[in-house]
Design a protein around this ligand. Structure first.
Ligand code: NAD
Length: 287
């Protein structure tokens, strides 16, 4: 299998900008694309802020940050962005049909690339069904914020070529991550567990058991979690969490994944967490 040198990341939101950043920091030529030019502009600001912050905290030298920026490109045209990529990582909305159509499109434009999906929960086999070459499709599930969280779930589906799984694992390591390989089942290892905790915490807020802050504190101080489940939900995005919960509820037929009313109400009201400025917490405006 050919060496991966150029990585295209499709979707420049919460996850995509971070994936492009860590790819560039690992020395890959990374190009970021999005259907929305505004999302690309925001991604550029966020990456700049992340790199500057890393230099200020002496996590990176100025030269390393400069080199990473030089390895990074922004291309509003999706077809042009993926055309010469060896690996295409999609981080668009958590919707099977959107991801399947995207893989059908990019696999036609770039017939030799490996296609990785950053889905948090959806069937990788289902997404691969849209691709011209499903054997080169694999899940690469990064965590938020991508430049900080070390886990990547590598999710081969039944038809993924073993060499593709190995290559995706090696690439995640080169990006400084600690990959685990998980079978293609709804929610993999991380979301399947994490969503149960998040939804139960929301039900507890709904029932007035304690404030969001104190429920989070219970897990942080009592169980040693670095961040409570409601703060995590705010960072993930309540809309993303809801999409995952609905999918897991449908697929696993388990009431633990039934989204509580409070989550549906907050999403309908546009309270999506950090990205909208308000979720279970208030978030001051940043990029
Ligand atoms: P987001 O809403 O922040 O960003 C999605 C971006 O994709 C948007 O900028 C949108 O314009 C773009 N987009 C949508 N359809 C497109 C298309 N067809 N072509 C090009 N661009 C398109 O979403 P996110 O939170 O970054 O989530 C992206 C994926 O990553 C989802 O599958 C999600 O489940 C997964 N994920 C999210 C998190 C998290 O914490 N938010 C963590 C791990 C995985």
């Amino acid at each position: 299998m050919a060496d991966v040198k150029r990585i295209a990341v499709v979707g420049a939101g919460t996850m995509g900008h971070g994936i492009a950043q860590v790819a560039a920091m690992a020395g890959y030529d990374a190009v970021l694309t999005d259907a929305s030019e505004a999302a690309l502009d925001t991604a550029l600001l966020r990456i700049r802020e992340n790199l500057d912050g890393a230099v200020e905290r002496a996590k990176l030298t100025a030269k390393q940050a400069h080199d990473a920026a030089n390895h990074l490109g922004f291309e509003p045209d999706v077809d042009r962005a993926v055309r010469h990529a060896d690996l295409i990582i999609e981080a668009v909305v958590e919707d099977l049909d959107t991801k399947r159509k995207l893989f059908a499109r990019v696999s036609a434009v770039s017939p030799k690339a490996i296609l990785a999906t950053n889905t948090s929960s959806l069937s990788v086999a289902g997404i691969a069904a849209g691709a011209a070459y499903p054997e080169r499709v694999v899940g690469m599930h990064f965590f938020n914020p991508v430049h900080i969280m070390r886990l990547v779930e590598i999710v081969p589906h039944g038809g993924t070529d073993a060499a593709v799984t190995t290559q995706a694992t090696d690439i995640a390591r080169r990006m400084g991550k600690d990959p685990i390989v998980v079978r293609d089942t709804p929610g993999f290892a991380s979301s399947r567990l994490g969503v149960v905790l998040g939804l139960e915490a929301m039900r507890m807020v709904e029932q007035g058991v304690a404030s969001a802050e104190d429920i989070d504190k219970a897990m942080e101080l009592g169980y040693g979690h670095p961040m409570g489940p409601l703060k995590v939900t705010d960072l993930v995005g309540l809309d993303v969490r809801l999409a995952i919960a609905d999918y897991l509820h449908r697929e696993l037929k388990d009431e633990r994944y039934a989204a509580p009313d409070i989550l549906r109400r907050m999403v309908s009201a546009g309270d999506l967490g950090k990205k909208s400025g308000k979720g279970f917490y208030d978030w001051p405006a940043t990029t």
